[in-house]
Design a protein around this ligand. Structure first.
Ligand code: APR
Ligand code: ZN
Length: 252
């Protein structure tokens, strides 16, 4: 299975990766559908909505601050590094990610399409103000603040710049992702339940255009039925072994 996957990777002229929460699990970031009830008895899906924010911004902000804190301490794992290496090799052209963490970029991936926003970015609920708290150096102070965060420009409530359930995806990112999917001859689908749309169309588009689908997941997912190869296992472990094979094939 791994051998076959490595062959497809080496043969590919235009591969992309489509990643979900499972790729960051080994970095210590909990997945969405895998930790029901662990966080103050609220399911993440119920907190990641505009309605929840409207009703109880304190609750939603404490959930996001908790995740920001977790994610800023997380480090990339071998799966993130494998994708960065494949990009340097010229095989992988882009990572289309559903996660809101920075781990792909930290691992060295350069062409990363953020479909669901970025957890370190905040934006105003009234005006066009946006800020990346990591880049502005304000993250520490932001996390320590107990009051609801307010826009420095107009004083309205700030919100995380992430896509919540029922909200449209950023148009440019989605268009770019669809274009990549139409062009790709291979997609590596790693650690996603494949049930959240429109993101989950990505592997389907690759398939419809004649590309191959390799999936890495600890369990079957919504993508598994269309996968040409399904490799069951943890993303970091599987990708590490896959890369060993790819390197051998490329170097002789
Ligand atoms: N290695 C590989 N796969 C794993 C691992 C691991 N170590 N751990 C968990 N998985 C798999 C699970 O089996 C599951 O299929 O990762 C997937 C995680 O699924 P979700 O938690 O549903 O995450 P994701 O598919 O990324 O969610 C999509 O939904 O909540 C929204 O916007 C949010 O981007 C998110 C979107
Ligand atoms: Zn504002």
């Amino acid at each position: 299975m791994l051998e076959e996957a490595a062959k497809l990777v080496v043969k590919s002229r235009f591969a992309i990766a489509f990643t979900g929460a499972g790729i960051s699990a080994e970095s210590g970031v909990p997945t969405f559908r895998g930790f029901n009830g662990l966080w103050k008895k609220h399911r993440p899906e119920e907190l990641a909505t505009p309605e929840a924010f409207e009703k109880d911004p304190h609750l939603v902000w404490s959930f996001y601050k908790w995740r920001m804190d977790l994610i800023r301490k997380a480090r990339p794992n071998p799966a993130h590094y494998a994708l960065a290496e494949l990009e340097r090799m010229g095989i992988l052209k882009a990572v289309v990610m559903q996660n809101v963490d920075d781990l792909h970029r930290e691992a060295g991936s350069r062409n990363v399409v953020e479909l669901h926003g970025n957890i370190f970015r905040v934006r105003c609920t009234s005006c066009s103000y946006k800020e990346n708290l990591k880049e502005s150096g304000r993250l520490e102070a932001f996390l320590a603040e107990r009051d609801l965060p307010k826009c420095p420009r107009c004083g309205s409530l700030l919100r995380p710049d992430v896509v919540w359930f029922g909200e449209p995806l950023p148009r440019k990112a989605l268009e770019e992702a669809f274009k990549l999917a139409e062009t790709a001859d291979l997609v590596l689908v790693i650690g996603t339940s494949g049930v959240v749309y429109p993101a989950a169309y990505i592997p389907q588009i690759v398939k419809e255009h004649g590309g191959k689908v390799i999936e890495v997941n600890t369990e079957r997912s919504g993508i598994t039925p269309i996968a040409d190869l399904f490799i069951r296992g943890r993303a970091g472990e599987v990708m590490e072994r896959l890369m060993e094979k790819v390197r051998v094939m490329l170097n002789g």
